[in-house]
Design a protein around this ligand. Structure first.
Ligand code: PAF
Length: 280
């Protein structure tokens, strides 16, 4: 199978208009590339629900902090294109930075107050502004029927749902369950930063938050469980734990309530990699 690669918003819009004229529905899968089975599951889910599927690859500079891995972030467009073609994606949209933000970089940003400032937002200031800005642009550029995002980035999904609702963007946002390696490690492009020894340690993240979830269901105290989990991770080989938090699933607000849908979210450093994960 081959897949066409579009580089400009004008070409993307022309393609989508053609599909619309043919009465076809359109799914969008935004990514930053370095595609793994988690991304490909998003594409397959989109293919099951929409007639045509666009995957985007854009390493978005606006969502990286000054000391983060923008320069070293894996860029593997040719391999990614083959993977997308193999699963049956229809179009790859891969603009460059000037096409996305114009020659002056753009001055408008989308900011989801509150939800975008906690957890990941507290440890990575500006991150969700960058995500919300680029996802808004991608949604308005493609105007798909449905856009698909992984639950692995649970807070990101919540932020996207919130600004799409607030801004009346006429696109359905669909979350897709996290895809895991056989030992439980959530698939992530940043797993590539783990060396052999760290890769053995990494599944402790999922095991620990799963146990927090179980213990909470059995009546455990949220704060005590968070402390216990942090200790487990540090003793198990993680160097730094940014947070282990039990939050309300729908808005990530504090205040653990038994019987209400909750989410356990974690972010921790293992070597060069900052890993995040979450469970219900
Ligand atoms: O999850 C990602 O890969 C990115 O944050 C996204 C949604 C593609 C925006 O750049």
């Amino acid at each position: 199978m081959t897949i066409s690669t579009l580089r400009t918003v004008a070409d993307l819009r022309a393609q989508v208009s053609q599909w619309r004229a043919d009465g076809l529905t359109v799914g969008l899968v935004p990514t930053m590339g370095a595609l793994h089975d988690g991304h490909l599951t998003l594409v397959k889910t989109a293919l099951a629900k929409c007639d045509r599927v666009i995957a985007t690859i854009f390493v978005n500079p606006k969502q990286f902090g000054p000391n983060e891995d923008l320069d070293s972030y894996p860029r593997t467009e040719n391999e990614d294109r083959e993977k997308l073609a193999d699963v049956g994606g229809h179009v790859l949209f891969a603009p460059n930075v000037a096409e996305m933000y114009g020659t002056d970089g753009g001055v408008t940003k989308i900011c989801v107050s509150g939800l975008g400032d906690i957890l990941e937002g507290a440890f990575r200031p500006g991150f969700f502004d960058g995500v919300a800005t680029v996802v808004t642009k991608l949604l308005l550029q493609a105007l798909p029927d449905v856009a698909f995002f992984g639950e692995k980035d649970y807070q990101q999904l919540a932020v996207i749902k919130r600004f799409v609702a607030d801004l009346n963007i006429p696109v359905t946002i669909e979350g897709v369950p996290t895809v895991r390696e056989t030992d439980g490690l959530a698939m992530s492009s940043r797993n590539a930063y783990l060396d052999r020894e760290e890769r053995q340690i990494a599944p402790l993240l999922y095991r620990t938050i799963s146990e927090v979830s179980e213990r909470f269901k059995m009546g455990g105290d949220a704060e005590a469980l968070s402390k216990w989990a942090t200790q487990q991770l540090l003793e198990g080989g993680f160097q730094k734990v940014d947070y282990v938090a039990l939050r309300k699933a729908h808005d990530l607000a504090e205040g653990a309530v038994k019987g209400e849908a909750m989410r356990v979210l974690v972010a921790a450093f293992l070597g060069k990699a900052r890993l995040i994960d979450n469970v219900g």
